[in-house]
Design a protein around this ligand. Structure first.
Ligand code: NAD
Ligand code: TYD
Length: 358
């Protein structure tokens, strides 16, 4: 088959990357997808087990910081599109161990940019029009007060090692556009939720604990605000930017759906009570809510103004929070084996067996 694009998806075994790979294989069958993932604790081949034999899909286990391997991959596969998801992504881990965030998020992004520059701008490129899309976060803009929204021109003001590593990589991507003319896009998205999210992040962690009658840890006063977006909407926005975006531009992506953490936790409890009945003790699951010590440097509020991508590229979210959270809870209920294997680490053995004979 003659593919119209050859897309390198980095971090395709993680939460958003796996949803993105599946979306591409379903909705862009004329694109070849190469998934490069190091399979850290957050990368899980089970997430893509059902598509692993697809003709236009190829998995490579590797580290985005490995310059020689990345450059060879660009040449061998004639990669013309990069969707760069691979990252250390959890703020709490960045507080207790920032080194991996600096390495993967900054050095790894730099390594990919260098490979793209050498391949596409080195004078021998005879492939399709290239694009490098960096998947970033709204956390680069810092923390908002009670009013206002992040726009694409809001100055960066990152507060955590995670967000500052992402801001740093955004700056590198932007520098490669201005300095070398590398055809880049940057997307800055709000908090995602949906299937395959690692149960250390708020929504799947609360689901897991509430299901098992454990305490539900809410940081500080529970009134920090995030703008929640269903993961499929995010993936569709990325495809839209790839197909219609203007190189050198950044696009904010958000759900227009601000919620306090305590509201999100309460919704999950109420949904589980409605779907499964009350706890064996006869109590509602929200009785498990426990306010715990606040996260260091905890950003108070994130809110995205996504009017640029709406007005210029015609994208807007399709899934309401009510719909998305109910679908998400149903997915986790139907996939408890996935949650258990992620929680006990046995998913790591699964991939070792799966690839032992290759
Ligand atoms: P995730 O932690 O679930 O997945 C990260 C993936 O990257 C894993 O599969 C992991 O194995 C892989 N990886 C990590 N280090 C690697 C390395 N050195 N080389 C190759 N692969 C490596 O993350 P996620 O939540 O899916 O986020 C994906 C991207 O989207 C990240 O860049 C993140 O900053 C960004 N983002 C996430 C959110 C969110 O709410 N989750 C919101 C906005 C932006
Ligand atoms: P998280 O899912 O870690 O995403 P991020 O920090 O990137 O926004 O956290 C979402 C919000 O939920 C954030 O304000 C921190 C809070 N939180 C809790 O209150 N309890 C928890 O156990 C976790 C993981 C997060």
């Amino acid at each position: 088959m003659n593919f119209t694009r050859t897309v390198l998806v980095t971090g395709g075994c993680g939460f958003i990357g796996a949803n993105f790979v599946k979306l591409l294989l379903k909705e862009r069958p004329d694109w070849r997808v190469i998934n490069l993932d190091k399979l850290t604790y957050a990368g899980n081949l089970q997430n893509l087990a059902e598509v692993k034999e697809s003709e236009n899909y190829h998995f490579v286990k590797g580290d985005i910081c490995d310059a020689a391997m990345i450059e060879a991959l660009f040449t061998a596969e004639k990669i013309d599109t990069v969707c760069h998801f691979a990252a250390e992504s959890h703020v709490d881990r960045s507080i207790t161990g920032p080194a991996d965030f600096i390495q993967t998020n900054i050095v790894g992004t730099f390594t990919l940019l260098e490979a793209a520059r050498k391949t596409w701008l080195g004078g021998n490129w005879d492939g399709k029009e290239p694009s490098f899309l960096h998947v970033s976060t709204d956390e680069v803009y810092g923390s908002l007060g009670e009013t206002g929204f992040f726009t694409e021109t809001t100055p960066f003001d990152p507060r955590s090692p995670y967000s500052s590593s992402k801001a740093s990589s955004d700056h590198l991507v932007s520098a490669y556009f201005h300095t070398y003319g590398l055809p880049v896009f940057i997307t800055n998205c709000s908090n995602n939720y949906g299937p395959y999210q690692f149960p250390e992040k708020l929504i799947p962690l609360i689901f897991h604990n509430a299901l098992n009658g454990k305490a539900l840890p809410v940081y500080g006063d529970g009134k920090n605000i995030r703008d929640w977006l269903y993961v499929k909407d995010h993936c569709e926005a990325i495809v839209r930017v790839l197909e219609k975006g203007v190189h050198g531009q950044s696009y904010n992506i958000g759900g227009n759906n601000e919620k306090q953490n305590i509201e999100v936790v309460t919704v999950i409890c109420d949904l589980l009570d409605a779907k499964l009945g009350l706890l064996p003790s006869g109590e509602q699951r929200k009785s498990l809510i426990t306010f715990v010590k606040d996260r260091l440097g905890h950003d108070r509020r994130y809110a995205i103004d996504a009017s640029k991508i709406k007005d210029q590229l015609g994208w807007q979210p399709k899934v309401t929070f009510e719909e998305g959270i109910s679908k998400t809870i149903d997915w986790y209920l139907a996939n408890q084996q996935w949650v258990d294997s992620v929680m006990d680490g046995s998913y790591q053995e699964y991939y070792q067996q799966m690839y032992a004979n290759r």
